[in-house]
Ligand binder design. Structure first.
Ligand code: IMP
Ligand code: MG
Length: 172
């Protein structure tokens, strides 16, 4: 894999998508105080931009997952590496994720959170690779469908690098 990222989605297009997602979320959560839960680390840039477009009394928490077993692709066996600091029972929870690839990560997390009986539970994703899904995933708010390439930038990494790129890029 070359380490020279090529631009896939410019920062202007990202900004437009974040504004669109925020208006959809604002419309659906009128009168509510949603708890946004970001999946670490990849979602932190997206989360930071999204909440500043939300004219709602939002709260924010983060959760970190890890898949056990080696390899570059998700093994599917997940565990919570760093848990929530907020009780989610009876809360309106919106999970914020950077990218859905196989879907195993969000599928595991949504099942885990559902068991804690939130009042509602939805999913907001910046980028999705639908042909890669190995389990069914329902995305309530989606930024972009992206091609089956390795994506970096705007929070997403390759070996912890490139999270700071302003555009969404791909590596060949
Ligand atoms: P999953 O296969 O849907 O479970 O994706 C697992 C995780 O792998 C995501 O939360 C991302 O952090 C990461 N990931 C998947 N595809 C990419 C990519 O193209 N670039 C960077 N990270 C990715
Ligand atoms: Mg991730």
């Amino acid at each position: 894999m070359s380490q020279q990222p090529s631009v896939l989605i410019t920062q202007d297009k990202i900004k437009q998508a974040v504004a669109r997602l925020a208006s959809e979320i604002r419309r659906d959560y009128q009168g509510k105080q949603p708890l946004l839960i970001g999946i670490l680390k990849g979602s932190f840039v997206f989360m930071a931009d999204l909440i500043r477009e939300l004219d709602l009394p939002v709260e924010v928490d983060f959760i970190k997952l890890s898949s056990y077993g080696a390899g570059t692709e998700t093994s599917g066996k997940m565990k919570i590496a760093q848990g929530l600091n907020t009780k989610i029972k009876d809360r309106d929870v919106l999970v914020v994720e950077d990218i859905v690839d196989t879907g195993l990560t969000v599928s595991f997390l949504m099942d885990y959170l559902k068991r804690k009986r939130p009042a509602s539970l939805r999913l907001c994703v910046l980028a999705d690779k639908p042909p890669r899904h190995r389990v069914p995933v329902t995305i309530d708010y989606l930024g972009f469908n992206v091609p089956n390439k390795f994506i970096v930038g705007y929070g997403l990494d390759w070996n912890e690098k490139f999270r700071n790129l302003q555009d969404i890029c791909y590596l060949d």
